[in-house]
Design a protein around this ligand. Structure first.
Ligand SMILES: Nc1nc2c(ncn2[C@@H]2O[C@H](COP(=O)(O)OP(=O)(O)OP(=O)(O)O)[C@@H](O)[C@H]2O)c(=O)[nH]1
Ligand SMILES: [Mg+2]
Length: 335
């Protein structure tokens, strides 16, 4: 196991919104998302604090580097993602929503396993989940298609893998909650209860379920970063009155609220922006479920940072004891 590696794995059925959720987390429309089987390759995103651009590299099935770019954008990634020769894309940049000091943080965007373009997707997904590194899995479900997509066998495999000595936790994200029509009887709380029942039946005990709308969260991030929105996007965000729900406990919700309050503090002191606006947008982003998503991510990374820091000081202690023994050995042979 690599001591410094912490993996965030985003997995789920085809078109559930995995790439969109990652874009909303990165705060940039980088990964290709569309309303059909879209992600065809594995993308690994490396978080490197302080980088002001995302750079990238693409590898073929023989693990040979075939393309490279110092400044990567949506178009380049879209092109690489549809290139049948490319199996793996590595990108590096600063993911500003996450603070990590010790971890080599890697985020995986995986293709939907029921993507008929490639039978191998489920195996690839399980390889990443089984690899025994520290990490967190976000399993994305489509709120409008509960029970339609047959992801039971994949969920069973994941549950079995997590039962072994696997260092990963799982959080379920019920995406596209904005598409439920409460007035037509499509209630979000009922959808959460359904998913909870579905997951408990498979064997997940007290699964954490967070409802969200990844594409609305992405639009909010674009506004926070002062990017221009298209006319359609402006319309979408102006009519969005989506309020999220989860099945989290009172104490978890309290911790999440504290996390949101602390995270929003920085906007009060930031210069050259209109602080109220940014703070309001950031709060909206968090209230859309991304507060809980960022909280769980940050909590795991903090715990991991602590572990990594302990193991670093343990290593230092070992070196020190070794040096001490050498010193006394030398001294005794001198006498
Ligand atoms: N209404 C709504 N649409 C969404 C949401 N999240 C994603 N979408 C849309 O759903 C479609 C699929 O999103 P992707 O992010 O490509 O889904 P994916 O899970 O990465 O798909 P694959 O990689 O092909 O498995 C896109 O058209 C998105 O714009 C959401 O929260 N609400
Ligand atoms: Mg995708």
């Amino acid at each position: 196991m690599n001591k410094n590696l912490f993996e965030v794995i985003v997995v789920g059925t085809m078109s559930a919104g995995k790439s969109t959720m990652l874009n909303a987390l990165i705060g940039k429309e980088l990964l290709h998302s569309a309303n059909e089987a879209t992600t065809a390759t594995i993308t690994r995103i490396h978080d490197k604090d302080g980088e002001n651009k995302f750079s990238g590299a693409a590898y073929n099935y023989e693990n040979e580097l075939i393309e490279k770019s110092r400044s990567i954008d949506f178009e380049v990634l879209k092109h690489w993602n549809t290139d049948p020769e490319i199996k793996l894309i590595e990108i590096t940049g600063d993911i500003k929503t996450i603070y990590n000091t010790e971890a080599e943080l890697v985020i995986y965007d995986l293709p939907g396993p029921n993507n008929s373009q490639d039978d191998n997707h489920e195996n690839l997904t399980m390889e990443v989940i089984d690899n025994n590194e520290y990490g967190l899995i976000f399993y994305v479900l489509n709120a409008t298609q509960i029970g339609v997509n047959d992801d039971r066998s994949l969920l069973e495999k994941i549950k079995n893998s997590l039962q072994k000595d696997n260092h990963k936790d799982i959080v379920f994200v019920l995406n596209k909650a904005d598409q439920l029509d409460e007035e037509k009887g499509e209630s979000l709380s009922a959808a959460i209860k359904n998913v909870e029942k579905y997951l408990t039946n498979i064997g997940f005990e007290q699964p954490k379920i967070i409802a969200t709308s990844a594409n609305m969260a992405l639009l909010l991030q674009k506004l926070i970063n002062q990017e221009d929105l298209s006319r359609r996007e402006n319309m979408q965000i102006s009519v969005c009155d989506f309020k999220t729900l989860s099945n989290l406990s009172e104490s978890e919700l309290l911790s999440i609220n504290n996390f949101i309050n602390e995270s929003c503090q920085e906007y009060l002191v930031e210069e050259n922006t209109s602080p109220e606006d940014k703070r309001t947008l950031q709060e909206k982003y968090y209230q859309m479920g991304f507060g809980a998503i960022c909280y769980f991510l940050q909590k795991e990374i903090n715990h991991y940072n602590h572990l990594a820091a302990e193991s670093v000081s343990l290593d230092k202690l070992k070196v020190f004891i070794g040096q001490l023994i050498m010193y006394y050995l030398k001294k005794s042979t001198m006498i």
